[in-house]
Design a protein around this ligand. Sequence first.
Ligand code: ADP
Length: 303
Amino acid sequence: MSIEIKNLTKFYGQQKALDNVSFSVGSGTVVGFLGPNGAGKSTLMKIVTGLLAPTSGTVLVEGLDVAESITEIRRLIGYLPENNPLYLDMYVKEYLRHTVSLYGLPDAEKVVDKVIERTGLGPECKKKIGELSKGYKQRVGLSQAIIHDPRVLILDEPTTGLDPNQIVEIRNLIQELGREKTILLSTHIMQEVQAICHQMAILDHGVLVANGSPDQLSKTVGNNRRKVEVEFNLPVDEKMLLQIVNIVAVEKTGACTYVLESDSEADVRQDIFNFAVQHNFAVLAMQVKQKSMEDVFHELTKK
Ligand code: ADP
């Protein structure tokens, strides 16, 4: 395992931020770390990087105990903190050279050029950091995180505050880095998890409420209700729709469109079709609605 988190608990004074959290991450896995604000994501990430000590519990990174091997851990992990704090008055290259010197790496100039190429900073690398767009600032943040070629990357909300084009660019870059590194990233964007993560872990009030592949979670989480969206040729009385076998809830989503929820695993489309024939309605469209990552997230964190 690349990261093993065991029974992690963190109190800030009286406030419990993490409550006995355990999970592990295999090598080369990209994990999406989700949870409402205040769930404890940043706290957990800081503990994994060794910047914050837990109240109890242990974290192993590549088999090393973070509490005992902090120097080795710094070499193994790259960290992009939330809000990407950078020295805005420094030039891009100057800042990256400075980062290289902190790690005591040889051939500083070569290392800087390589990371600039890797993160696509080339066109902007002669500017001051303060003059860059948010997307390019994020590339600088990612550059400092990967400059020492760590095996594990911890990225705290790497796409927050970016515009849609910048999000796609940074996401592609993370996806590429994920081919060779273990990545733990926190995000509020569900599509991001679906697009780039092999595993997702959901925290709520400091408790780990789910952990698994996005597919596994959407299949196993919450209730077994299924939703079918139907478009009829005419508006239909919602009470009538509730008479269809197994239909327990109806939501009108358009002039003649309804989402019908069944409390059974069975396919209800045939019953809906029979209902329409019986009452002289035509079915113009019918589609089973897949449970989205948003649905999974809401079901797990709605308490
Ligand atoms: P998230 O990253 O999921 O938004 P955080 O880890 O930042 O959550 O915070 C978890 C909880 O711990 C929150 O209730 C937050 O207010 C509290 N917290 C975080 N940092 C501190 C701190 N330095 N001192 C006191 N409480 C903190």
